[in-house]
Design a protein around this ligand. Structure first.
Ligand SMILES: Nc1ncnc2c1ncn2[C@@H]1O[C@H](COP(=O)(O)OP(=O)(O)OP(=O)(O)O)[C@@H](O)[C@H]1O
Ligand SMILES: [Mg+2]
Length: 465
């Protein structure tokens, strides 16, 4: 990750020294001359570290520091001082600055302190990029919704979040599987512990194995030191296994064992290490099919799917689109200098009609692009991509049914209808956690009719509870 630093240093010699030290560490540096200017710059550009002279911090610095630290991807703040004053130092540290350094510190020492401060960021996982673009640390309350389907889904999530249950989070790409997992962690008793995310699709089999379980020194060529795996790192916290459907079969066996025994053995090691970790797994694949095809182990699937949560696609909860649009306009408005502060009625209508195959991630990209392009206060239809401008309810329905027809057109009609009905009911039952009354209400049918349909379609409510 390329890191950036911003300097506000009163003394030229110190400024040059700090600049050289930071550049030697591979950072890009910018400097500014006043606190007022700095506030403006820091809101527009994401910096990883801010080095500021003590003299630049005024009496009400605490308020200012708080605001900087509240920015979505806030920098680490280092204060440079020309005198030793332990009270002042304690004060800044308690306000959230990461270090207070003497201006006269030798260059090498300065460099090593800054390096230590930055270590955490430099090795941040790539998945944090999405987090940086998000609205803030996710909480379950962020998933408030105008859609009944989503509200009913969230009521199930709220019930299972505080428990220690393993959750399998399903949903199309970009619907918020990772964001929901982070929210579950933040709203659980483990919130003070770590949240560790591993993308099972991003690593080769052997790297993933040592990433998850760790390795002992000499376990393979290049393993000169032993290393802790993510299970150990997530101890007392939550381990998020993203793209679990991509996990190779032999690791699935090891994962199942770790979940059952609550202990892991490092690669090349023998000693079991007890870990207290809650696992949340996510995938955008249809894992049930992978199980049928033998690509995903049935036993692991049953162990993970104690609670299955399928996040409704954005096109199933269009009611939420207007508020997501305004949230993200506001979000980008505080991050960049833009003219646009709102969206025209026609533009919101087109955004609401569009079928959003990339879900919320796609919506965020569309808003960001529109804000960059729009020279006016109000985002209009012209600022939206062609496919959204031309979208209409009938168009998105045709798209959906065309896709479906391609795969299902070879079936006799009664089987086609039974499949569609089954798919529809499975979705609802997953959302309601198998509650019959609520499912019948959402489907707008009599509970007795629902019961008969489920019997005919061989669906058992207990499988969804
Ligand atoms: N309810 C929400 N409110 C606001 N932003 C959201 C919400 N849900 C998701 N997002 C944002 O949408 C983006 C995509 O979410 P996320 O990465 O969690 O999706 P995902 O399901 O894990 O996607 P993929 O399957 O592609 O990995 C993120 O920037 C996230 O912050
Ligand atoms: Mg994801």
């Amino acid at each position: 990750m390329l890191l950036r630093a911003l300097l506000l240093i009163d003394n030229r010699t110190s400024q040059r020294r700090v600049n050289v030290a930071l550049q030697k560490l591979g950072l890009l540096t910018d400097s500014t001359s006043s606190l007022a200017h700095l506030q403006d710059v820091i809101v527009r550009e994401s910096y990883d570290v801010l080095v500021i002279s003590r003299s630049m911090l005024t009496e009400d610095s605490s308020e200012w520091i708080r605001r900087v630290l509240e920015l979505p991807d806030s920098p680490d703040i280092i204060v440079l001082t020309d005198r030793e004053d332990s009270r002042e130092r304690a004060n800044w540290l308690s306000q959230g600055c990461v270090a207070v350094l003497l201006q006269s510190l030798p260059a090498a020492a300065l460099k090593s302190v800054i390096e230590a401060v930055l270590k955490r960021r430099r090795y941040a996982e790539p998945t944090t990029i999405d987090r940086v673009r998000a609205l803030g640390p996710p909480r379950l309350t962020d998933f408030r919704s105008a859609s009944e389907l989503m509200r009913s889904f969230m009521s199930v999530v709220e019930r299972v979040a505080p428990s220690d249950a393993t959750l399998l989070i399903l949903g199309e790409t970009g619907v918020g599987k990772e964001r929901l997992s982070r929210a579950v962690h933040n709203d659980s008793a483990r919130s003070k512990g770590p949240f560790v995310a591993v993308n099972c699709a991003a690593l080769t089999e052997s790297l993933l194995e040592s990433e998850l379980f760790g390795h002992e020194e000499g376990a393979f060529t290049g393993a000169s030191r032993s290393r802790r795996g993510c299970f150990e790192l997530a101890h007392n916290g939550t381990l998020f296994l993203d793209e679990i459907g991509e996990m190779p079969l032999h690791l699935q066996v090891r994962l199942l064992r770790a979940l059952q025994e609550r202990e892991v053995v490092r690669v090349g090691g023998e000693r079991p290490i007890a870990v207290d970790v809650r696992v949340l797994a996510a995938t955008s694949r249809a894992v049930e099919n992978e199980v049928e095809l033998g690509k995903f182990r049935k036993d692991l699937y049953y162990r993970l799917s104690v609670v299955k949560l399928r996040i409704p696609a954005l096109s199933e909860r269009r009611e939420d689109i207007p508020s997501l649009v305004s949230d993200y306009i506001h979000y980008f408005g505080t991050r960049m200098t833009h003219q646009a502060t709102k969206c025209s009625k026609e533009a919101v209508e087109a955004l609401t009609r569009y079928h959003w195959p990339g879900n919320i991630r796609e919506l965020i990209n569309v808003i960001e692009r529109a804000m960059l392009l729009c020279p006016r206060e109000e985002i209009g239809l012209v600022d939206l991509p062609h496919e959204i401008r031309s979208s209409s309810i009938s168009q998105s329905m045709i798209d959906d049914s065309e896709q479906r027809a391609n795969s299902l057109s070879k079936l006799p009609l009664n089987e086609f209808l039974a499949r569609a009905e089954r798919e529809y009911l499975v979705r609802l039952l997953e959302t309601t956690g198998g509650r019959m009354g609520e499912t019948a209400r959402l489907a707008n049918i009599d509970p007795r009719v629902l019961y008969q349909k489920m019997k005919r379609l061989k669906l058992n409510r207990k499988d969804f509870a």
